[in-house]
Design a protein around this ligand. Structure first.
Ligand SMILES: NC(=O)c1ccc[n+]([C@@H]2O[C@H](COP(=O)([O-])OP(=O)(O)OC[C@H]3O[C@@H](n4cnc5c(N)ncnc54)[C@H](O)[C@@H]3O)[C@@H](O)[C@H]2O)c1
Length: 209
């Protein structure tokens, strides 16, 4: 399965957790089977797209009779968890970092935030939402092989240097909330998150389409 998963398009990979999360709520409601049309409607995707994604991941189900919710959840769990079998660190325990730590999903789901790094003596040594905060200089000694993801919630000016320390310490995926344009080795996966740009896109869609 690993080889096949590596061939999945990024867009499909991004949709898998959405399917999984919605299917869990369907299961809770007691519904046993679901069609691609129903799933597509709930998540705002075309049913063709759902079918294509499910065929790519070889989801269990027969044409016409829909997908058995429980089996589909197990199948997705297997793929999503294998993809994300890792732990994360958070850099920056300021306003955004603290908000992320209080977001339950990031503390409990996989990859979950294992520790935080900051350079502010007022927060180093404390725990926030049960997660310990260490000094930024401790990155190389604290990052163990199971930790491969880092979330950057620090000012843009420090982001490049800290990213380099992170990648030298074994981090292979960075979610960057700062506005810095990071230059990283080509084997590092980078996700740039900008809520303001998302809002701009939404405003554009509302006004021009
Ligand atoms: N992309 C988005 O949608 C979005 C939304 C909010 C904030 N942000 C960005 O996230 C970052 C954090 O924002 P915030 O409001 O939490 O800021 P903040 O000032 O509240 O927190 C920043 C934290 O980083 C720590 N820090 C600063 N320099 C450091 C260094 N060299 N090493 C270690 N820790 C260091 C500070 O001590 C502080 O705890 C900023 O870059 C901001 O622009 C992005």
């Amino acid at each position: 399965m690993n080889k096949e998963k590596n061939k999945l398009p990024n867009a499909t990979i991004k949709r898998l957790p959405l399917y999984l999360s919605y299917l869990k709520s369907v299961k809770k409601s007691g519904q046993k089977a679901i069609s691609s049309v129903e799933l597509g409607k709930a998540l705002n995707f075309k049913s063709d797209l759902v079918r294509r994604d499910f065929s790519r991941i070889k989801a269990p189900g027969r044409k016409g009779s829909g997908y058995e919710v429980k089996k589909l959840i197990n199948h997705l769990h297997h793929i999503v968890n294998e993809k994300a079998e890792t732990e994360a660190v958070l850099i920056g325990a300021g306003r955004l970092g603290t908000a992320l730590l209080h977001y339950n999903h990031l503390r409990k789901a996989s990859p979950k935030i294992k520790m935080v790094f900051d350079n502010n003596p007022n927060v180093v040594g404390k725990t926030i939402a049960g997660v310990p905060v260490y000094h930024i200089d401790e990155i190389p000694e604290r990052i163990t092989p199971g930790i491969t993801v880092a979330i950057l919630a620090i000012p843009a000016a420090s982001a490049q240097l800290i990213s380099e320390t992170l990648t030298e310490s074994g981090i292979t995926g960075i979610m960057n909330f700062s506005s810095a344009y990071l230059k990283l080795p080509s084997n590092i996966h980078l996700q740039q998150i900008d809520l303001a740009k998302e809002l701009d896109t939404l405003a554009f869609l509302i006004n021009f389409l």
